[in-house]
Design a protein around this ligand. Sequence first.
Ligand SMILES: *Cc1c(COP(=O)(O)O)cnc(C)c1O
Length: 377
Amino acid sequence: MAHIYLASPHMSAEGYEQEYIKEAFDTNWIAPLGKNVNEFEKELSAYVHAQDAAALSAGTAAMHLALKAVGVGEGDIVFCQSLTFSATANPIAYEKAVPVFIDSDRETWNMSPGALERAFAKYPNVKAVIPVHLYGLPANMDAITEICKKHGVPIIEDAAESLGTLYHGQYTGTFGDYGVFSFNGNKIVTTSGGGMLVCSLPEEQAKERMAKVRFWATQSREPARHYEHKEIGYNYRMSNICAGIGRGQLRVIERRIEQKRHVFTYYQEHLGDLAGVSFMPLHEGERAICWLSVMQLSDDCPVKPLDVIFTLERGDIESRPVWKPLHLQPVFAGSDYFDNGGVAESLFTHGVCLPSDTKMTDADLERICSIIRGLWK
Ligand SMILES: *Cc1c(COP(=O)(O)O)cnc(C)c1O
């Protein structure tokens, strides 16, 4: 039986991606600029209704330039959700700024507004706040936006896992001044590797800031015939080939979201009755894209997360633990942390990310569920 991945690239059946790549080859735009890059930016920004978008080499690069765009520099405090992938916070360190980690809420699995309020009380001079929409679940943007507005601090949303997620009818990534998307190989839309920074500031401001972002992303080259540089630059632009893949992928995103949600519903229906099992929280009025389907096993559950992971592995099926909270990571040891009753840590110790590949058939899902159910017998 074929190996089942956690989440792997899924090209369109129509071959849209190859059409855009072929056009790049035919016109010899094999470079980090060209029509696919420009069009991908327009198409993505139209899809999420953002003011502007810049296609970059990675989601991590997008986060880095977002931090620079809001003026984060050496010694500045940045509030960052603790329960996330390290790429959310690494760019804070690139700028020699100081991450302060915020616990999650049970209801959303994302940034706790209560813990955020307490962080503001201690660090009123914070420069930016980074909530994450983990696994495609939207954060409580109503409460987070209200708190950040009150303090006049910009939000950078890490929407790397949530392209297509709707919160009260609005796309995640467009609530803050900036939103970060990733097109890494395992994300719902992939360009083999890449990212996008979207801006939702008023038009004039967005234009100006995003021109600066593109400037930094292309080595901060001043407008002179010779190569003139007044600032440190980065080589962060997306390749025209990669952007072609992204354009094709974006045409089938709604199909992929349906498939991701189907996978999640399947697990809920076929595993939800097992003792000690619960699933990530979906709410009325929201559309979570369920990038990964995540299960929780309670303390009194006879089966532990690693039992599930190792058993699936023996069947050549990939699964993984929930992200280890960043305040527990050795690399961020000593960082300040605002707790909300240990939610992030609990989700980490009790969680399993189940296979969420959109290429899986119902027969694959049936096999996975029957292997898992076997552990309860
Ligand atoms: C994938 C991911 C990133 C990083 O994106 P890259 O494109 O891999 O650099 C950032 N944050 C989260 C939450 C992610 O899942």
